[in-house]
Design a protein. Structure first.
Length: 278
């Protein structure tokens, strides 16, 4: 992925968020997030804290993304949790290359999100109505004119992607970005928080991507990459164990040695492994 292309997308999406105060997310054609800009709402965090409700969110995204393919304009709808959201597909030469979703937000007319839809969602999922209403009131409220302008900006963003030929960036799966990020940050203290912050992806989306594409958790995957890199460096370089430990982000060689022994199962130390592979 071109860093320059990604920065151009981020720059425009950030501008969109500053103008509208509505979260904007760019997805590839498989509905995997490529870039996310904006503050994730507490309302959504509460809804997605339960695995069943989280899956409902994903089903909702998939269903409406599919529906949007039939539209020529950005498509606004009510999500399963009673909030307003909009999505538009991105076509290049009649080929679907991705989607842009914005939301969640409130519409002043209450056509898509209202007190009634929030109470309905609270009752459906057994959540506290007062808490839901408090969180709902914090969402961005768009009047008719603001909503029209927001959807127009969304349409313009799609045109920008086409004109700037940025669709190759969208087609790159997020798994590739994650792989490259982790490999280039092994010396750092990589955490779920740093990945989410640097790659602009919500926690729930990150865990879902790891489960789908790597069949493991982020922590276990990072450990796997570190271990494989340790084996390569021990077998193919003459770097001291202390240097390898530093380059792989361990606080001290003894921690690296213990990590390596556990991963080797047989309890082989880094030095023993190096001797076996000379």
């Amino acid at each position: 992925m071109s860093t320059h292309e990604l920065e151009k997308l981020k720059e425009v999406m950030t501008l969109f968020y500053k103008i509208t105060h509505v979260v904007i997310t760019l997805f590839n054609d498989e509905l995997e997030p490529v870039l996310d800009v904006g503050k994730w709402e507490d309302y959504c965090t509460l809804i997605e804290s339960d695995p069943i409700r989280l899956e409902k969110c994903r089903e909702c995204n998939r269903r409406h993304a599919k529906e949007s393919e039939k539209k020529s304009e950005p498509y606004i709808y009510r999500c399963h949790a009673g909030l307003a959201e909009a999505v538009t597909p991105i076509y290049v030469d009649n080929t679907l290359v991705g989607y842009i979703m914005i939301g969640k937000f409130r519409d002043e007319r209450g056509e898509y999100s209202s007190k009634e839809t929030v109470i309905e969602a609270a009752e459906k999922y057994g959540l506290d109505k007062d808490e839901m209403m408090t969180l709902w009131n914090r969402l961005e409220l768009l009047d008719k004119e603001e909503l029209t302008s927001t959807l127009l900006l969304l349409k313009m963003f799609v045109g920008y992607i086409r004109n700037e030929r940025l669709f190759h960036t969208i087609q790159n799966t997020f798994t590739k970005q994650i792989e490259e990020y982790i490999k280039s940050h092994l010396m750092d203290k990589i955490t779920v928080e740093t990945i989410c912050t640097d790659l602009h992806i919500p926690y729930h989306e990150l865990y879902a991507l790891f489960k789908k594409n790597f069949k493991t958790t982020p922590h276990e995957y990072i450990d796997r990459v570190r271990f494989q890199r340790a084996q390569e460096m021990l077998a193919n370089t003459k770097k001291p164990i202390t240097v390898i430990s530093d380059e792989l982000g361990f606080s001290k060689p003894s921690v690296f040695s213990q990590f390596f022994k556990v991963k080797m199962n047989a309890g082989i130390t880094p030095m023993q492994y190096r001797k076996q592979h000379k």
